[in-house]
Write a new protein. Structure first.
Length: 245
């Protein structure tokens, strides 16, 4: 995957440092992989990534266009902690089918396949969007934006948040959304009678019900207002129906 950057988090405080910042329990990454995000204090999305625990470091796999700003933000939080944050030349390959030796199953959904980290050249994946749409998985810059709340984007279903780990940045807002409110908006998969561009509004009559995001064939990811997502919907002349499969 040529659009990913792998950052090494080293030092004796690396696990404790990340544990107080990210949405998932970093301890689960020991010898494995977890999916997590960094949020603002107001609970809004900054970045999502994978954490891979190795004996002497934690690898952080993030979309390349977020890497520099994420390193800058993590460095700001580091203060006097014994932590070293360094981009690496490592690459990641993603695929489906039999899992290669040393690879990790993608923790977000079984249908997302596996991820393999190494020193070889990155291999571009041609079916990533199709896999994401099929498994209701958002992506940075597409569905995940600075206005996103991770529970609306399905992070609980995608194993990207832990409600028992203790405090992290944005935890109070996320916990309140989990326990005290019913989500009125969120990510859903829809079926289109014809392809439409990403960003197309979804309408129910004269009211806007949401927005089309990633499109794969006749299916797409959409951000919807659930109270308006019943009955007949349309987008740029195409009929839109909820995919409940």
């Amino acid at each position: 995957m040529t659009d990913r950057t792998i950052i090494a988090i080293e030092g004796t405080d690396r696990e404790h440092f990340l544990q107080g910042l990210v949405t998932n329990d970093v301890r689960k990454a020991r010898g494995g992989i977890v999916y997590a995000a960094l949020l603002t204090p107001q609970g809004k999305y900054i970045s999502d990534f994978f954490l891979i625990g190795e004996p002497d470091r934690i690898l952080l796999d993030v979309q390349t266009d977020q890497a520099a700003s994420l390193v800058q933000r993590l460095t700001m939080y580091k203060l006097r902690a014994d932590v070293k944050i360094t981009p690496t030349p490592l690459s990641v390959t993603s695929g489906t089918g039999p899992m290669p030796e040393g690879a990790h199953a993608d923790p977000r959904a079984e249908g997302m396949g596996w991820r393999l980290y190494g020193d070889g050249p990155a291999e571009a994946s041609t079916d990533t969007d199709a896999r994401r749409v099929a498994n209701l998985v958002p992506a940075a810059g597409a569905e995940l934006t600075p206005d996103s709340f991770i529970l609306e984007m399905g992070f609980e279903r995608l194993n990207g948040v832990d409600f028992r780990k203790g405090c992290y940045v944005g935890q109070e807002v996320t916990a309140r959304m989990k326990h005290k409110t019913e989500l009125r908006k969120g990510l859903a998969r829809v079926v289109l009678s014809a392809p439409v561009p990403s960003g197309t509004p979804i309408m129910t009559g004269e009211k806007e019900a949401g927005t089309i995001h990633t499109v794969s064939g006749t299916r797409a990811l959409a951000y919807l207002r659930f109270d308006r997502a019943e009955g007949e919907m349309s987008a740029a002349g195409a009929t839109v129906t909820l995919d409940r499969g």
